[in-house]
Design a protein around this ligand. Structure first.
Ligand SMILES: *Cc1c(COP(=O)(O)O)cnc(C)c1O
Length: 227
């Protein structure tokens, strides 16, 4: 068994340090624990360590895990590539989707979100480094998609999400996160208000917090290497 409890303690310390260094409040950043490929038993251990938000990438795996863990007080975030034939399960079982990058997907989620479930929280994924083959809209398509999502019933457009290309240097890591924040600011100038920047993973979450991340998505540092 990996030292999940110990890893959570360490990451909580690093998060507290990073938000303090950035002059922010600890409450302004939510830790989403990315549990993809790790079994339900590991999620239970994380829950025992006080964790409530979990991120999953694969619909079927997530459905099984949500059923197995079975706790109403947990918040599940879908952070994987979303195909149209899987939108119903996501609309019915998750509180958040971070990876909307097409109007068609947004419209399906809107139609399929059950009335009893409350609004589905949505982030638009942005391909900030314009990497070929990577998910996300290009930065110049964000405004049009945001406007469309904001107008759909049963969806709450919360903000933007990105997975930048890997960079080693801290200052270099900050740069794509700053661009995502700028994009959210230009949305606000055109009247589309959001409150979420989902950015930062194991390798770069400190840089993301310095650029205003409100959600960091961390897997490896909490649960170890994925199989
Ligand atoms: C896997 C994954 C993460 C977690 O990455 P780590 O480097 O293991 O922290 C975060 N976000 C997304 C979208 C992922 O797919």
């Amino acid at each position: 068994m990996i030292a999940v409890t110990e890893n959570f303690r360490k990451i909580q310390d690093l998060l507290a340090q990073a938000v303090a260094d950035a002059g922010r409040d600890r409450e302004s950043v939510t830790l989403v624990a990315v549990s993809k490929t790790h079994p339900a038993a590991v999620v239970r251990e994380a829950v025992a360590a006080g964790q409530r938000h979990f991120g999953e990438n694969f619909v079927q795996e997530a459905m099984d895990k949500i059923r197995e863990v079975g706790r109403e007080d947990l918040v599940w975030h879908f952070i994987g590539r979303l195909q149209s034939n899987k939108t119903r399960q996501v609309a019915e079982n998750f509180r958040w989707v971070h990876t909307v990058d097409r109007a068609k997907i947004a419209r399906r989620l809107s139609k399929q979100r059950p009335y009893y479930a409350g609004d589905l929280n949505v982030c638009i994924e942005v391909n900030v480094d314009d990497e070929p083959g990577k998910g996300g809209v290009s930065p110049d398509e964000v405004a049009a998609l945001a406007e469309e999502v904001a107008g759909l019933p049963r969806l709450a457009l919360r903000g933007l999400m990105c997975i930048p290309a890997a960079r080693d240097d801290f200052e270099a890591q900050r740069e794509p996160f700053r661009r995502l924040r700028d994009l959210a600011e230009s949305l606000a100038e055109s009247g589309i208000m959001t409150d979420t920047l989902s950015m930062g993973m194991t390798a770069d979450f400190v840089a993301a917090i310095h650029e205003g991340a409100t959600i960091v998505r961390i897997g490896t540092a909490l649960f170890g290497e994925r199989r």
